[in-house]
Design a protein around this ligand. Sequence first.
Ligand code: NAI
Length: 306
Amino acid sequence: MTIRYDGKVAIVTGAGQGLGRSHAIELAKRGAKVVINDLGGSVDGTGASSEAAQAVVAEIEAAGGEAIANGANVAKYEEVEAMVKQAMDTWGRVDILVNNAGILRDKSFSKGTLDDFKLVVDVHLMGTVNCTKACWEIMKEQEYGRIVVTTSSSGLYGNFGQTNYGAAKMGVIGMMNTLVQEGAKYNIKVNALAPTAGTRMTEGLIAEKAFDLLTPETVTPAVLYLVAEEAPTRTILCAGAGAYSVSKIVETDGMWLSPDEQTPEGIAAHWDQISSPEGEKVLNAGFEQSIKMTTKAATGLGIKLD
Ligand code: NAI
């Protein structure tokens, strides 16, 4: 079965080049009407130009698709609101939001400035918040929405020189975890993409042969899967060079310690069991942790909770 997006309106941020451009072109090829958002600045977020977004619109139109260009800075809520209004005025709905826009200000934590840190958080995390906020009520009313946040292995696992970027990229995962719960009854699904791709962002950082394998086009099927009607929700899908995997946050089963062992020394003495991967699980909501802890305590103390 071919997955298509006919009748669907998509906004792809940072779609003037790199991964966003590839996502937007493939969505349009499969029937979606697409807002090509791009501020058109440099990798570090300086400057602006509408050329890149317009070139992608021209490319989509030449192939028979529908697209409009938008130059909003995702870090500015008024500009994002105007972008969503442009989509609504043109096509009357917004079904898909791919939060992709991003910049880098790499420096070790010692050398980086707080201004750089705030800017990176502003573009990646607040940019995702702004775009999602501006689309959320529309999606709720439509009882349909597919949202992708773009995370990174840097946030999930860490990368030297990227505390700002890693913090922002993990922030969008925290946002997703709660949005999936608030959006579920409105058929809004929220997922995360953790890409690895050869773009201007990674040029010079990856060996040439690997760079050639890591085309944006090998990542795009993952985004299209995550915004399909039959999409999963709350998935962190990793993609690069045509390989796909899923990242999960797990919690160990742990153990309850008797009151006299509820000390740092007690934790040290039982560290092997507390941190043992045996029985570790993905929890579906924060309260599941409280239930697990209190159930263990009740068992240990021999009391009934209800
Ligand atoms: P890119 O630099 O080729 O494209 C990013 C686009 O976002 C640019 O066209 C830029 O003009 C636009 N942009 C930047 N700030 C903006 C703003 N404030 N408002 C609107 N547009 C803005 O980078 P690439 O590699 O395509 O990255 C896309 C996303 O994937 C980013 O979120 C990035 O952090 C993420 N990512 C990329 C990885 C890679 O290996 N290339 C690895 C992990 C995550």
